[in-house]
Design a protein around this ligand. Structure first.
Ligand code: SF4
Length: 94
């Protein structure tokens, strides 16, 4: 019989995989995923660009390129691992 995994652990594993795909080493990906687990537990509504669907492989922001972020330069290269609030954030689906 399969054990049912805690949803928080499933989310953590998916985040680690996403962050590794987005250039983090294994250790850093794990650190960020644990930090976001605490964020979720605190019901903190800030997000990181590394979680966002608009972050491009070049490190740029698609939403900024399109002019969707008020006041942002079109060639914005956001800090990926800083908690913040962004009007254009969208969850990256795993
Ligand atoms: S839309 Fe906002 S949260 Fe998403 S990558 Fe761009 S700056 Fe970051």
């Amino acid at each position: 019989m399969d054990a049912v995994k805690d949803p928080a652990i499933v989310r953590l594993d998916k985040r680690v995989a996403l962050f590794k795909r987005r250039g983090c080493g294994t250790e850093r990906a794990g650190e960020l995923a644990e930090l976001l687990l605490l964020r979720d537990a605190d019901r903190d509504d800030r997000r990181m660009c590394i979680e966002c669907a608009h972050l491009q492989t070049t490190g740029g922001c698609f939403a900024a390129r399109q002019g969707w972020i008020h006041g942002a330069a079109p060639y914005l290269t956001p800090v990926k691992d800083m908690l913040q609030r962004c009007e254009c954030f969208e969850w990256q689906k795993p």
